[in-house]
Design a protein. Structure first.
Length: 129
């Protein structure tokens, strides 16, 4: 598969994962009364699981062992989650931004970082642990 097709698939998976993240994040806040910090973690985890499944099978057509790829993906996801929490905390609690502004910043930063790391490390064929 060419890089243009891979990038197109990544964008589509990312859009779906982002939509899932946004709906869950906002729903937890607006419907259930969660704080932005409480909402960002479950929203991120659910979106990450969808993203992993689709990116592994469809975007990267990975055939590596789950015992290698899953820990790598989880490590990058935890880094992404940490960045999510940090951005949310700083934007909402320190800068006093509306949570939607924090979410916009998250959407711009975290997917780019995770794509690069997953492309070069998690799903790179033949890369040893």
């Amino acid at each position: 598969m060419g890089e243009t097709a891979r990038l197109s698939r990544f964008v589509l998976v990312g859009m779906l994962a982002t939509l899932i993240h946004v709906v869950i994040f906002a729903g937890l806040i607006e419907v259930l009364g969660a704080t932005p910090l409480q909402a960002c973690i479950p929203a991120f985890v659910i979106a990450m699981l969808v993203s992993y499944a689709l990116n592994r099978a469809w975007t990267f057509s990975a055939s590596g062992r789950h015992c290698i790829e899953l820990p790598r993906y989880a490590s990058i996801s935890l880094l992404g989650l940490s960045l999510n929490v940090l951005i949310t905390y700083v934007a909402v609690n320190i800068l006093h931004w509306w949570y939607v502004s924090a979410l916009a910043l998250i959407v711009l930063v975290v997917p780019v970082m995770t794509f690069c790391l997953n492309r070069r490390w998690t799903f790179k064929p033949g890369l040893a642990l």
